[in-house]
Design a protein around this ligand. Structure first.
Ligand SMILES: Cc1cc2nc3c(=O)[nH]c(=O)nc-3n(C[C@H](O)[C@H](O)[C@H](O)COP(=O)(O)O)c2cc1C
Length: 191
């Protein structure tokens, strides 16, 4: 199974380091347990991957609903799909909001200004507005490079299970793996 584990993390690493060329695993769908108990899913950008630690990271707004949901129930499920290759990766894990100021600051400083705009918005995500333009009003303190930093949230997911599915013409293989004591265990299952 080492080969499958390595393949999965290589695809996720490519997603996190996409740069100019987009990787199919740059955008993942992240599912949480909603405050109403129902499933909630949304797209996130995969920002970092640590195959050794079995962990990945994404950025979000601390004011968003998903953060409230994860504070209540940290279980998270992530899904990525490479349509051309016929590969699906499903992950389950435990999310934690990183408190370290240094870690958050380092990421903030190396982020492209464009990707920080959302954190500078004065309105809490999901606030009802009369028209989309209302959310675009120039937020105060834009000239301050730290404006919005207090809303910038780094989420780390400790991955506990991997469900790998290869439905390519030569594939038709599925593997289920789980992480115990820092090592991956598992095997092939019927697709
Ligand atoms: C292409 C794309 C990428 C996105 N990336 C992120 C992201 O990295 N982090 C994030 O919090 N929201 C991201 N979003 C927005 C979320 O999908 C979602 O709409 C938003 O975070 C609010 O979700 P929530 O109310 O469940 O917290 C992205 C949306 C799109 C369309």
């Amino acid at each position: 199974m080492r080969e499958v584990v390595d393949r999965v993390w290589a695809m996720l690493s490519a997603g996190a380091n996409a740069g100019a060329t987009r990787s199919p695993f740059t955008m993942l769908q992240a599912a949480t347990v909603g405050l109403d108990g129902g499933p909630k899913v949304r797209t996130i950008v995969l920002r970092g991957v640590s195959p050794e630690a079995g962990a990945l990271t994404f950025h979000t707004d601390v004011r968003s609903e998903k953060v409230m949901e994860l504070r209540k129930d940290p279980r998270i499920s992530l899904l990525g799909c490479d349509l051309d290759a016929g590969i699906q990766i499903r992950l389950e894990g435990i999310a934690r909001m990183v408190d370290s100021l240094d870690e958050r600051m380092a990421l903030w400083k190396t982020s492209r200004p464009h990707s920080l705009i959302v954190y500078r918005a004065q309105l809490v995500p999901g606030t009802p507005i009369a028209s989309p333009e209302e959310a675009h009003r120039a937020p105060g303190g834009m000239s301050d490079s730290m404006a919005g930093f207090e809303n910038f949230c780094l989420v780390t997911v400790d991955v506990q299970t991997i469900d790998y599915l290869d439905l390519s013409p030569n594939g038709h293989a599925r593997a289920k793996l789980s992480r115990q004591d820092g090592a991956w265990h598992g095997g092939w299952v019927a697709p």
